[in-house]
Ligand binder design. Structure first.
Ligand code: XMP
Length: 213
């Protein structure tokens, strides 16, 4: 995984032109651009390849299906140019392993969600997060997604996943602190609206980069 700026841009915009503009303007400030359902549904899967020509893409499809379907989804999005994928761990070892195998075939990275950053994640995912992190590590993922909104959970996940990467959303609009998340053990921050909805996205990205340097 690339860890230069330690910043991943969450590109949740609905216009192809806006997405390409933001990716181009911010490519030197971020290690990856994370593209998910909002942009892919609005602009089509080709947007993955278009953005990948600007910066490496992590496809955040939170893949969560039976192993065969997971394999098909991973192959499709990795063939489209994604450098990495995000998959759910809660669906089980066989489904997550299918994603790992597909990523290995394509030379891509796979990240497993252990616990999400929003308040509702505390209902069911929180209590299961340690088991999910352990299972993800057993399956051989490259990294996990852990919440910047709960730095203490990042530390716990770090104690389980060892050297594997931890990427953390929840900074800014969701209330998480960039420096606290990194101090707790995150390798990289996933940041969306604080940058994409700013009147000056580059300046907002720079402010985060200054805080974490
Ligand atoms: P904002 O605008 O809140 O965007 O900075 C955050 C981005 O990260 C995604 N997200 C998550 N992805 N596990 C994930 O795999 C999570 O816990 C999680 N929380 C937020 C969100 O969809 C958006 O793209």
């Amino acid at each position: 995984m690339i860890l230069n700026s330690r910043l991943i841009l969450a590109l949740d915009v609905l216009s192809r032109d806006r997405a390409l503009h933001l990716a181009t303007a911010l490519k030197d400030r971020v290690d990856y651009v994370k593209v998910g359902y909002p942009l892919i549904l609005a602009a089509g899967l080709d947007i993955v390849g278009e953005i990948a020509r600007i910066a490496p893409v992590i496809a955040d499809l939170k893949i969560a299906d039976i192993p065969n379907t997971n394999t098909l989804i991973c192959e499709e999005v990795l063939d489209s140019g994604a450098a990495g994928i995000i998959a759910h761990a809660f669906v089980g070892r066989d489904s997550l392993s299918a994603c790992v195998e597909a990523a290995r075939e394509a030379g891509g990275l796979v990240f497993a969600v252990t616990e999400m950053s929003h308040p509702g994640a505390e209902e069911l995912m929180g209590p299961a997060a340690e088991r999910l992190a352990r299972m993800a590590a057993d399956c051989g993922v490259d990294g996990v997604v852990a919440p910047a909104t709960r730095p203490e959970r990042i530390s716990l996940v770090r104690s389980i996943v060892g050297e594997r990467a931890i990427i953390s959303p929840g900074v800014g609009v969701q209330g998480g602190s960039p420096s606290a998340a990194l101090k707790a053990g995150a390798d990289s921050l996933i940041v969306g609206r604080s940058i994409t909805e700013s009147p000056n996205p580059a300046a907002s990205a720079d402010a985060i980069l200054r805080e974490i340097r």
